[in-house]
Structures are given as C-alpha cells and as structure tokens.
Design a protein around this ligand. Structure first.
Ligand code: PMP
Length: 351
C-alpha cells in the first residue's frame, strides 16, 4: 500500500505564487496584494497586544469579528463563519459538501485554480464550463451540470471581469445545490452579490481581508450565509482556525471601512492608469474590477517579459493554460511601482 490515498497520488498540488521575505526591494506584483499598509487602527491593536494573547486559545468562532462584520455589512452575526484566509473557508465548504460524481464541483473557466485542487483532494468530480467569448456566464451549462457546489468568482481571477447580479440571481434560482460566490476582490468593484443572501438559502458569499484590507499575511477570510447552510461547515472547520491576534487585528480593520475604501479608490485610479500605459505599449488589457489586470504583451512575449522582469526584481504572474494563452496577470502597485514596471517593460521591448 502506498502512503497516500489514490486521489492524492493522482492530483497536482496547488502552487501559490513566489513569496520573498518582506524587507527586500522587490516590486511584488504577482499575488494581488494591496500595495498600501493595513489600517493604522489595526496596526495600533497589533502593538497593544501582550503575551496573554499568545498564551491563551483563541475564540473558536471569532465572535468579536463576526459582530464587526454584522455591523458593517448589515448581516446577522450568526450568518458569518470565519476562516484562516478565504482559502480555508473554500476548503471547509468542499469538505462539507462535495464528494464523488453525485456531489460534484462546477465552475466556469478560466477561474481560481484552487477550486479544482480542493475537488481533486476530496475527491469530487469536477465540471468545468468555458466562459463565453466576452466572459458571459454559461448559465445553462452550469445548471445542467447539477453541482453540489457551483463556484463563481466575481470579480474573477485572473480575467478581472464581474458577473452581473442578474446572472447570479438566475443561477441561484435554477441550481439546487450551493452557489458559492467568491468575492475576494469585491472591495475594488462597484457592486456585490450581498442582496442575494436574503433571497436564496443556497447562496454563500466568500470574502477576504487579504486584498481590500491589506492583510494577506494575517490569514483571515469569512463566509456569509444563512445559519442553516453554515451548520455543516461549522462541523468541518478546525476548532481554532483563526488565531487570537488575527481576530483582534482583523476586527479593527473591518471597523475602519473609510481607510479601506480610500485605499481601494487609489488602487482603482492606478488600475486605470496602468491599463492605459500598457495599451500604449501595444498590450491588450482586459477591463478589470479587481486589483490586477490581465494583459497580453505584443508579439507573444509574455514569458520573456515575466522572466526578464524577475531578473530586475519585479514579480508578475505568467499564465499559460487553455483559454488563457500567454498572458501576464499584473497586480496594481503604487503609482511609483507601476511607473518602474512600465519603464522596465519599455526598455526590455526595445532591447
Ligand atoms: N479567491 C480568489 C478568487 C483569489 O484570487 C484568492 C487569492 N489567491 C482567494 C480566494 C484566497 O484568498 P485568501 O486565502 O488570502 O483569503
């Protein structure tokens, strides 16, 4: 007998983007972090915590944080489940709800690759349905797939497009299983699927503090859904999946909406400028509602640029997969970082 279950032997593990140690001079535009620091109020909490916070176990439900979410988003506190990043919540959801061919995982492509990895681990069958040419949601095919979970990331990564609320509503009406709406990048978008929560028992929303709140290192994400849907997830989650320090810092960040919104506005302005600058260099750039853009360089030079920029201390994400041939996903940095990137690209394309 091998060490691993057949499903684990057969699967490919998820490989996150490169994470150099903080403090280096690298311009890191590869994993969609926020270029601005977290809320000063969150940093104040970090500095105020004493050793008691390390010695004791955390609140397993991060109730203080759930209360803050409830006040900010107008959702009851018992509609919130907190996780160690939204990846943890996605993991809990798949563990609780998907299995084999009868309880499959369904999603439109291209999208976040972790959905496939989590399904493979379970194992649960996967049905991948291509998006339309203009990223129209393939509702009919998604419904026909009869998934136990249908994942929709909106804004989607890596494309950056948003799925219209009406399409999500139609999907939630027609699908018997769970519709999991991954809103990791919602803080950079114009709208959210929050209204659907009250309308549909089968809708769950996933949010994170990694992007809009500049807290990717903290590892905090959460799900919003009616308590009936959350009961099974609470059975599956680790007992202490959110640490005490994260809960305290995350709560302060959640309560400081104006700081988060101000940073998001800066990122959105820089996103417009970056897209324009790239287009002026001959790139094709998809309109984006996230804190990144998906760009195709001229003359198929995506891989060359990614490698050459890495040599110069600028990290980007290179994509080569069906439906996503030879593209660069570029996180929006500060204006100064974006300018250095543009100048480096100019010099490489002219060399
Ligand atoms: N969903 C999407 C679409 C993402 O791109 C990411 C970031 N990689 C996540 C979820 C997970 O974010 P985190 O675990 O940091 O909350």
């Amino acid at each position: 007998m091998g060490y691993f279950r057949p499903a684990i032997e057969a699967m490919t593990g998820y490989i996150p983007g490169e994470q150099p140690k903080p403090g280096t001079n690298i311009i890191k535009l590869n994993t969609n972090e926020n270029p601005y620091p977290p809320s000063p109020k969150a940093l104040e909490v970090l500095r105020s915590l004493d050793s008691e916070w390390l010695r004791r176990y955390p609140d397993p439900f991060a109730k203080e944080f759930c209360q803050a979410v409830s006040e900010v988003l107008g959702v009851p506190a018992d509609w919130v489940l907190v996780g160690n990043g939204s990846d943890d919540v996605l993991n809990v959801l798949v563990r609780a709800c998907a299995e084999g061919a009868d309880r499959s995982v369904v999603y439109p492509m291209p999208t976040y690759v972790l959905y496939r990895t989590l399904a493979a681990m379970q194992p649960a069958d996967v049905v991948e349905v291509p998006y339309g040419e203009e990223f129209q949601l393939p509702i009919e095919a998604l419904v026909a797939a009869k998934g136990a979970i249908t994942f929709i990331a909106t804004p989607n990564s890596p494309s950056g497009h948003c799925v219209p609320l009406e399409d999500l509503r139609t999907l939630a009406q027609q699908v018997a299983g769970i519709v999991a709406i991954d809103e990791a990048y919602v803080d950079f978008a114009e709208s959210s699927a929050l209204p659907l929560l009250q309308e549909f028992e089968n809708v769950i929303l996933l949010r994170t503090l990694s992007k809009g709140y500049s807290l990717a290192g903290l590892r905090m994400g959460f799900a919003l859904a009616n308590p009936k849907l959350l009961t099974g997830l609470f059975k599956v989650k680790d007992s202490y999946n959110i640490d005490a320090i994260a809960t305290a810092i995350g709560t302060a960040a959640m309560r400081d909406q104006s700081y988060k919104n101000a940073c998001a506005e800066k990122v959105k302005r820089s996103r417009t400028q970056l897209s324009t600058d790239l287009k002026n260099l001959g790139f094709t750039v998809l309109p984006s509602h996230g804190n990144f853009v998906l760009a195709t360089p001229p003359d198929g030079r995506a891989e060359f640029l990614q490698q050459a920029l890495k040599q110069r201390g600028i990290l980007l994400r290179y994509f080569k997969q069906p439906g996503l041939d030879d593209k660069l996903r570029i996180t929006v940095g500060t204006d100064a970082q974006n300018q250095i990137l543009i100048e480096a690209i100019v010099s490489l394309l002219n060399s």
